[in-house]
Each structure stands twice: as C-alpha cells, then as structure tokens.
Design a protein. Structure first.
Length: 312
C-alpha cells in the first residue's frame, strides 16, 4: 500500500521545531547558523520579542523581512531615529479633519459639545502609526513588527516601549486602552551605538548577530550573487575576512561583501588583482581613512597574505 503523502505545511503556521525554522530561513535564501534558528524558534514559540544586536550590515533587519515573507505575514517597520516620538511611532489625531468637522458642526448649529467632542475624537480621525497598526488583527495572522535600530532613539521613547512589549497594549487617553488580540511577532534590532536599558532587554530573547565565518559567508555570496564566478567568490570572501582583522573605522559587513561581489561581476572580473581591488574599494569601504589605509601597497600585501593562507 503506497505511503500517504505528507500534508503540505500551512505557510502562515509557525515552524514546529528548530530544524523547521532553519528550513524556513534557508528557503528564503537566508543563510543562518543553528544558534540563530534556535533563538528565533524559541521567540516564536514563547511569544517573546527577539532582540538582535550586532554591527550594521550583518543581516539583522533581513531576518524580519524573511520571516514576514516566509510566513505570509504583513511586515510593519518602525525605523527609529533621534527624536522619534509617539505621534510618529504610535498615533496622532488628524487635526485638519477635526477642525473641519468642528466648523461644519458649528455652521449646522450643533450645540451639544459632549457629542461633538466624542465625534471628533473617534477612530475615524485617528492616524495609526506602526506600533498601533501592529496591534490590529489580520486574517493571515499577527504581523511581524520590526523595530529597527532602537539604539538611535532616546531613553524616553525606549521607556514608552515597555508597555507595548510587556502587555502589547497602547493607551490613548481619548479612546482608552487598545490591546492586541494576538500579539505581533516582534523583532528589535540595535547597532549598539548606545546600550539599551536592561528593563527592555528583559522582555526579549537576545541574540548577537556577528560577522559570519568564511564558510558561511561564502554560502551567502553563492546564494545571493550566483552569477559571480566560483574562484572570484572564494577570493572575495577570503579578502573580506582578512580585511576585518585590520584596524578600520568601520569593518565591511555582509551587505558590503554582497555589493562588492555584484560590482565585480558587473565588471566581468574572474579573480582579484591589486588594480581592480583599488578601483572598487569604495563599494566595500565607506570611509576615506579606511580606503587610504587599505589601498595601494596594503592591498597587495592583503592579497599576498590571502593567497598564502589559501595555499596552506
């Protein structure tokens, strides 16, 4: 008797194991190690926010994008910046529409001030920002809320987030408390330009996203830039790995490695040489001091060290 086919997995269903989580990430071309898949699985299983910390360009934001796309959930992104406040992150009232409604009511002879106030402070005039949007129900399941680069905000806004991440609710004085029926999947990222307060970290599971080792970075390059010749991909990864050992103001992240691989492929390069490295360092490094420190004779030495190590 033929074996019954295994039922297809519901794309909106959360992964049931660490291996399924790893498969979900791999299926979306995100090359993750098992430790990341483990903490992501636990965050989904326990309904806890996941706090991802690491240098810029190592793939923290991409995890939220991949998760939303793989699960078929809406991605709601709150891009943090200095001076971010409640009106930009949570909600604000449509004051122009409210004033128009008040003037029309007055012109029509409306005298019931309590009724008028109730009308203009109704949900009709509420402008919902990312945090409030994330609490709304959705047919496909709770959205993925990405709070990106939290370290760019100030401590006052970080303190406000405690209510959202603790109880997944927001209090609007004119309307009351709005609570999520099903909490969103929350990914918080930080580039560690400042320390995030322990009170917020305690509400999250934590994972440090570091630079990948050579083997995993090569897999990433081959996955994301498949048009790059095999030899070129190996040399790009080896060069970047050596470059990260140098005393630079900003080491190149995985994003820069991929950009460089794409750029060199566009130039039909098949291997690295001092000329093409020096000509394209601006793709890989984003500070002039780093480019000056790495260019010229330093490039030749890095290439020589890289090839010497490859021969061993």
């Amino acid at each position: 008797m033929p074996k019954a086919a295994k039922p297809a997995r519901d794309p909106h269903q959360l992964p049931a194991s660490i291996d399924e989580t790893l498969t979900l990430l791999t299926g979306a071309d995100y090359v993750a190690d098992r430790s990341l898949a483990t903490v992501l699985y636990l965050a989904l299983k326990m309904g806890r926010p996941l706090f991802l910390e690491g240098e810029a360009g190592v793939g923290k934001t991409e995890i939220a994008k991949v998760l939303a796309a793989s699960l078929g959930r809406r991605l709601i992104r709150l891009q943090c910046y200095e001076g971010l406040d409640i009106s930009s992150a949570v909600y604000e009232w449509n004051y122009a529409a409210q004033m128009m409604a008040i003037r029309l009511a007055e012109a029509a002879g409306e005298t019931d001030r309590a009724r008028l106030e109730g009308d203009v402070f109704s949900e009709r005039y509420l402008v919902k920002r990312p945090l409030l949007q994330a609490l709304e129900p959705a047919a496909e399941g709770p959205p993925v809320l990405l709070i990106d680069e939290l370290d760019r905000t100030d401590e006052a806004f970080e303190a406000f987030l405690l209510e959202v991440l603790s109880d997944f609710q927001i209090t609007i004085p004119e309307l009351g408390t709005i609570k999520a029926e099903h909490p969103p999947i929350v990914i918080v990222t930080s580039n560690r330009t400042r320390e995030i307060h322990d009170a917020l970290k305690r509400r999250c599971l934590y994972h440090w996203v570091g630079y990948p080792d050579a083997e995993r970075e090569l897999k990433i390059v081959r996955t994301k830039v498949p048009q790059a010749p095999a030899k070129l991909s190996r040399e790009i990864v080896a060069f970047v790995q050596h470059l990260r050992k140098q005393d630079l103001f900003k080491q190149p992240g995985v994003a820069e490695t991929l950009d460089w691989a794409s750029a060199l492929s566009e130039l039909d390069a098949v291997a690295l040489d001092p000329r093409i490295v020096n000509d394209t360092l601006g793709v890989l490094l984003k500070y002039q001091d780093d480019i000056e420190k790495t260019g010229g004779a330093a490039t030749e030495q890095l290439l020589a060290d890289m090839r010497s190590e490859q021969r061993v």
